[in-house]
Design a protein around this ligand. Sequence first.
Ligand SMILES: [Zn+2]
Length: 391
Amino acid sequence: MANTFRVGDHVYVESNVSEPYKIRRIEEIRKTPVGRVELKVRTYFRRSEIHSSLLNLVDLSQSEAFDLSELTEDERDQLANREVFSSLDLTETVGAASIRGRCVVQKLSEVESARCYVDSSDKFFFTYTYCPTERGLDCEGSDIRVGKEYQALLSEGGRTEGDLETAVWNPANGLTDAELKEYLKNATSAATFSRNLYGSGALQRRSLLMSAVSASRDCNQFHAMGLLHENGYELPPPGRTYITEEKLGGCRDQLDEWSPQEADLFEDCLRRLGKDFRRIRAEVLPWKSLAQIVEYYYFWKTTDRYSRTKASKLNKAQSTLTSITFREPPSLSRFRNVARSAAPLVVDEKPVCANCGRGSAGGFFATSSRRSPVCSNCWNYWKLYAHHRPR
Ligand SMILES: [Zn+2]
């Protein structure tokens, strides 16, 4: 439906009536506590917004991407202004009332011809990502890598499962369930005691209760079962376990190894970046290995810290919408009058448009790039494409 906008749609947004519309992508639609609808939108830069030193490069890549010989000079101008520049993660929040319409923005692919942009309205393409602080263009990040050169090479067969795996447990071990249960209970008790007294865990889990919770986790049981396997399923004498202070060192998992500060850093970053563990490591936890971070993530999901995070996410989700429907499609005309301004040019005692030279029944409107106002058709075109309509 023309008046329904969804997350992922590209839209024209107006923030200043005498400037061209901005091109944005809807990333999130939120209802504020007072009932207003706000949109988090991602920025696309227009040609006029990127640093002028880069325009030569942009023009060169356009002439390589398209067959420009099929276009007139005016059409080449039009095509140049259909190119926009993605910003990787630059977003802003705008009110729903500043949406002025829908447009299409697509990554340039080889199958598109120049004509398909010049001949259709509201259609834009992008090849580059622009970074305003570095004034740089980048086309690598957004490439989809398809083809032989991006596939991993697998060595030919010759592998047997037995060589890759080490047996750590044999279910047919001759022990009764009760014996095994008792053994594991002893192992957990010893681990609780040991965690409470020794090692790095003592710093983090001072109370006996916390040590017990920590010792009851699966890693501890697996470790104890592994030791039993190593010892040929010979149960230790009553009141003893195979868990010694030295052996226990081997059954610490990532929850034991992370300090509360490290856990906070991880959670903050996870909220911001999602499950991009490489970036999380690079940005806040460079002293952890990737494997440690991934392992911690899976343990963390079993803790109450995770439940709390999930609950707060759910609250947020309830105020997040997937689409917004306007009673009428957003239109341009309502805003034209605001742009009425300086007296138009006069030719033969008749007011005319500063761009096309024709008269205008609908009035004349100011732009930031011409001293005299233009007709309504030229103004609409300028708002959409950020350059003046070919005469
Ligand atoms: Zn005009």
